[in-house]
Write a protein that binds this ligand. Sequence first.
Ligand code: BES
Ligand code: ZN
Ligand code: ZN
Length: 470
Amino acid sequence: MKIKILELTKSKESDLEIILVNNIEDLGKNRELLESLEFKIKDEATIFLPESKKIYSAFEEFTYDSIAIAISNAVKKATTTKFKSAKVQINSKLEENFKALVEGAILGSYKFETYKSEKSKSELELNFIVEQKSSKLKDILDESIIIANSVNSARDMVNTTPQDFTPKSFAKEAESLAKEFDLECEVFGEKYLEKQKMMSMHSVGRASVHESQLIHLKYKPKKAKAKIVLVGKGLTYDSGGLSLKPADFMITMKADKSGGVAVLNTIKTIASLKLPVEVHAIIGAVENMIGGNAYKPDDVLRAKNGKTIEVRNTDAEGRLVLADCLCYAQDEIKDFDYIFDFATLTGACVVGLGEYTTGIMGNSEELKQRALEACQNSGEYATKLDFNRYLKKCIKSEIADVCNISNTRYGGAITAGMFLDNFIYDENKNKWIHFDIAGPAFVEKAWGYNPYGASGTGVRMAVEFIKTLA
Ligand code: BES
Ligand code: ZN
Ligand code: ZN
């Protein structure tokens, strides 16, 4: 989508006009007609009047969500017509929410057509008409375009099928990003995992024909103001392993790479915005399969930090991959300020929070709060989930240091987070946040500006947090 800011006096003829409606006056001359068509000033109400070539899209509040959804619906409606361009006049209050307008338009018009024989035709040109252009608006436009396009590229990757997006494809994507943005990139295979005694991650990928890849991307600007490590669960497919998932639960497990994809697209965004923050992206790219060589319930695995893990369910594999990735990060990267992991870690998080919300966990109240605020400012939904001493006991093992599943059905998102805490070194306890994105990462019924499929969850919130450090 092409987006421009034009001044009122210089505004050229567009094919269509989009009118964002917050109160009755905004309906103008068409008020009676719209009322007769039962058009209401409610979020998600959108109508096209072909004769006047106008699309009316309502929003109830001057909030990110309300406005992003309104523009997204308007743009979607516009693309169902033959018209090639649309203009939207924005007042000062809408200007204050310009980020939501730009991101809503780009995220809302996303389509995944890789596997369709017929692709949709040319894209829409969208012109925002303002009274007076400003460098502030132009900066927001440029930044929001970069962020929203990164979210869409994350969606493309996650939507790509497991036969087309393997751990090696992950590595290729990382290498091509490194070339494009001048990042450092290291990729390690299974031999390295064995040599480094990362047997927790190594075991998960053992039965797959696709070799596991540990990917480490580095963006090192001169005069960095902070250093952050992002770790992502990159399960290119999660069949459950020998603790095989039931058929219905296996569908959508191509999206189990969403955390890895989010960190890849976050580092890309930060590099492309040239922010003065050093960012490391570490991805555990693995496929969890069955076979004669598969790891088993009853196995005991030793992670890089020497801790032993009793496997009681091979479907709780994400935490095994992350355990070693977190150790690798802490061993290899010196003096970082933050270490954040992103993972579609538990079905329990979806049960607890619903399909729209990310779970934020960690040991520092203050950092959890800052992470939450970044999420809220980014347009993503999140909430804090607190650790406690009793849930910690639920992952004790009779024969190893820790068990990969809890002894109770309850509190599964938190016990998974507390499992990861075993692999955070003492000196880093307060630098760590775990984001469980299992709910929002994949959209089964379209909501807001998210169509069916991958949502690109994690990118906007990570970028927003890193912006606070710059
Ligand atoms: N990848 C899944 C979690 C998941 C479930 C993500 C639904 C997105 C939607 C994870 O590897 C998994 O299978 N977790 C198990 C853990 C259980 C065995 C303790 C789960 O949540 O059922
Ligand atoms: Zn699993
Ligand atoms: Zn998984």
